[in-house]
Write a protein that binds this ligand. Structure first.
Ligand code: F6R
Length: 241
């Protein structure tokens, strides 16, 4: 894994933006894997700025988000559909038919998982996947203990994840208990992976991610075995290495 050290959150977002722009501008029909949460917000802001200044068009881009809560409607303010629309999609020229986020508001969630996996494959898999990392090592919503061979599936969210995400909801009780996530195997099939890590609260996780054993108890560790991973991390996140 290649580690790019940057000063702070802003530089991390800048670097991630320029990596994505290079990909979008060099592949005829780029397929991007996208994440939500606090980490990629700065990246999305920069992508919008680049779009507004005419540096990039998303017309030919297809996107797949990593995950979505089960039980929230698409227009719920805390759904990842809403997050993506708000932070990126409504500000750029992407064809919304090509902007995929799992739908957690369906009666047959199993079929939704199968279909999501199928469309990713039909699009030739992901060219470049953006990931954040949970303090417990989760990637997407693949919590510790998830098999490395998993495909898009339903997860029970770890208590620590619900607690971490309660900041977006009024209280922990309002955070859904289940979600759909791309599986670890699905993520591993991405041709290139960019992991963004910022802040001291991620320092322990980043250290284990880079130097720890490859183990299902720390899902991100499997990326040590991928042949094209770049970690863009700021000084605070790298402070425990
Ligand atoms: C979000 C996702 C999660 C987050 C992780 C870090 O789509 O899949 O794995 O990347 O929980 O979240 P933040 O960036 O809020 O610290």
């Amino acid at each position: 894994m290649n580690v790019l050290k940057v000063k702070n959150y802003d530089e991390m977002s800048e670097k991630a933006c320029s990596i994505l722009l290079d990909k979008i501008n060099s592949v005829p029909h780029p397929v991007l894997g996208l994440a939500t949460g606090s980490t990629p917000e700065g990246l999305y802001k920069k992508l919008i700025e680049e779009y507004r200044s005419g540096e990039v068009s998303f017309k030919d881009t297809t996107t797949f988000n990593l995950d979505e809560y089960i039980g929230l409607s698409m227009d719920h303010p805390n759904s990842y559909h809403h997050y993506m629309k708000d932070h990126l999609f409504q500000h750029i020229d992407i064809d919304m038919e090509k902007a995929h986020v799992p739908n957690g508001d369906v009666t047959d969630v199993q079929s939704e998982c199968k279909d999501y996996e199928k469309i990713i494959h039909e699009n030739g898999n992901i060219d470049i996947q953006i990931l954040g990392i949970g303090t417990n090592g989760h990637i997407g919503f693949n919590e510790p203990g998830t098999p490395f061979t998993s495909r898009t599936h339903i997860v029970n969210l770890a208590e620590s994840t619900r607690q971490a995400n309660a900041r977006f909801f009024g209280s922990i009780e309002d955070v859904p208990t289940r979600a759909i996530t791309m599986g670890i195997e699905t993520i591993r099939e991405s041709k290139e992976i960019i992991v963004l890590v910022s802040g001291e609260k991620k320092a322990e996780a980043l250290s284990r991610f880079i130097n720890g054993d490859v183990s299902e108890s720390f899902p991100a560790s499997i990326l040590q075995k991928h042949n094209n991973v770049t970690i863009v991390a700021d000084e605070a996140a790298l402070s425990k290495l």
